[in-house]
Design a protein around this ligand. Structure first.
Ligand SMILES: Cc1cc2nc3c(=O)[nH]c(=O)nc-3n(C[C@H](O)[C@H](O)[C@H](O)COP(=O)(O)OP(=O)(O)OC[C@H]3O[C@@H](n4cnc5c(N)ncnc54)[C@H](O)[C@@H]3O)c2cc1C
Length: 462
């Protein structure tokens, strides 16, 4: 189909008349701004961008695209845009303006529109002494994060965010606005929770947990101590209860004024930890790490919404390349391989390489869970580097893959949906049984692959 013609003249007017939100096409002022993903390295060039203002807008936009044979890429922040296929000829359907959030303190639930970011939920939930299963970065989108699983600071105690979703409002690839839950359209409900995009979500309802504050923070060490610290952290993770979720992190801060003075331009090894409970029990749990003698220690009682700062993720959009891998284990040899790849002497351009401790609730099948019912891996690797120039992009991409490759002997059988930075198929980021069920659901609801997803599942053929 000739998309240029499709978007010309009266056709475009029809789309503009049908949606209350804004519509942009190439060549028009603001098109570049509207198509920009959070990850500035991604150059997505759709035939049209629709910034939906409501669920009704989303439904209209989907019907419009369907009628013209266009594929649809739903997107909130664009944090997860890196693995998407090229969007040429497609509609980029952005939910960025749909950020309303409602907290029900009595029922301990939140309802978030599809464009909400985690801070939109965690801050009002925190006012009621409740916490959501947010990720480490407050500016990541609730929807993309949750559709890909959602692994945050309370994960070892309460599991993946996807498995705490109780209902989803979405527009099916046919353009119908439906509310799906365990009883209504259970297949769609299952697929959305961890299996990525099967329709276009307009709102999510999720459980909240009674966590007003917790004992959490970071222990900083010079990068020279990376091996010692990671070995000690790994041994410690084998001893902690499900109430503790932690990350071993090697970070290189740029020499920029916005980086606080003690860290500006430095490389450090950090243990980040969140312990549910009071200061007394938390201090006891953290004790063995504290005895290593960190140069800086921020671990203290903090309100749950402040968890969004622990991992020191960038607060502003940056161009970057990343990738990750589930690890079946992270034994001494794996730590040594990681330090050889990104420690003091490695000369790596990567800004951040982290290993997250899994297990606990993540390892147990969530009752009534979705496409990622449990995680059969003990640790999770994630590596990222900033790519301000094309030259650096190639070097960073090579390094990200080198780090992943260095830990290949310990990879689990599939990768983590949300941390897979390449356009890998869903079969590479889901358990095999989930992938097969997702293919059946795709065949029933989206046989023409109308919805573009970071990790596509190809519809099962009869
Ligand atoms: C700094 C940073 C920190 C992160 N921390 C964590 C973390 O702690 N834990 C974790 O699990 N992940 C984490 N991630 C990964 C993150 O969860 C994924 O990148 C996720 O896809 C981001 O969701 P988004 O909505 O912000 O991004 P988007 O790029 O807007 O969305 C990603 C994908 O989700 C789908 N999607 C989005 N909105 C809709 C919709 N309305 N309907 C249907 N499908 C939709 C689409 O397939 C889209 O391509 C982090 C990423 C970054 C950049």
């Amino acid at each position: 189909m000739n998309i240029k013609n499709a978007m010309a003249g009266r056709d475009l007017q029809a789309l503009r008349a049908a949606v209350a939100g804004r519509v942009f096409v190439p060549g028009q002022a603001c098109y570049d701004q509207a198509r920009q993903a959070w990850n500035l390295a991604v150059d997505q060039r759709p035939a049209v961008v629709v910034e939906a203002g409501s669920a009704a807008d989303v439904a209209q936009a989907v019907r419009y695209a369907r009628a013209r044979g266009m594929r649809i890429a739903p997107q909130g922040t664009g944090h997860g845009a890196e693995p998407l296929e090229p969007l040429d000829g497609a509609m980029l359907l952005r939910t960025t303006r749909m950020r309303k959030v409602r907290i029900d303190p009595a029922a301990r639930t939140a309802r978030a529109e599809a464009g909400a970011v985690w801070a939109d939920v965690t801050v009002p939930a925190g006012q009621h002494g409740l916490a959501a299963l947010a990720g480490t970065a407050a500016n990541v989108g609730v929807t993309g994060y949750t559709l890909g699983g959602g692994l945050g600071w309370l994960a070892r105690r309460y599991g993946l965010a996807a498995n705490s979703v109780i209902a989803v409002k979405l527009v099916t690839p046919d353009g119908d606005l439906v509310r799906v839950d365990a009883d209504r359209e259970p297949d769609l409900f299952w697929a959305v929770r961890g299996g990525g995009g099967v329709g276009v979500v307009t709102a999510l309802e999720m459980r909240l947990y009674p966590v007003r504050d917790l004992y959490a923070g970071d222990l900083f060490f010079p990068i020279q101590r990376a091996a010692e610290v990671l070995h000690a952290w790994r041994d410690w993770t084998a001893t902690v209860p499900d109430e503790v979720t932690s990350i071993g992190h090697l970070l290189r801060f740029p020499p920029l004024p916005e980086v606080p003075e003690p860290l500006r331009g430095r490389a450090v090894a950090v243990v980040e930890a969140a312990c549910l409970g009071d200061a007394g029990s938390g201090a006891e749990l953290i004790g063995p790490l504290r005895r290593l003698g960190p140069e800086r220690d921020t671990v203290a009682m903090i309100p749950a919404p402040a968890l969004g700062q622990l991992n020191m993720d960038p607060g502003q959009p940056v161009p970057s390349q990343d990738d990750g891998a589930f690890l079946a284990d992270f034994p001494a040899a794996a730590i040594d391989a990681l330090v050889a790849a990104v420690g003091l002497d490695a000369g790596t351009p990567l800004a951040s390489v982290e290993v997250r401790h899994l297990g606990g609730a993540l390892a147990r099948p969530a009752p009534g869970g979705g496409a990622q019912p449990s995680i059969d891996a003990s640790y999770l690797l994630f590596a990222v580097g900033a790519t301000p120039t094309p030259d650096l992009a190639a070097a960073v991409r090579a390094q990200v893959h080198a780090v992943k490759h260095a830990l290949a002997p310990w990879h689990a059988s599939y990768d983590y949906y949300n941390f897979e930075g390449t356009p890998a198929p869903a079969s590479a980021v889901l358990p095999p049984a989930s992938y097969r069920r997702l293919q059946q659901i795709k065949a029933a609801y989206d046989p023409d692959q109308v919805i573009i997803s970071a990790h596509p599942a190809w519809p099962a053929r009869p």
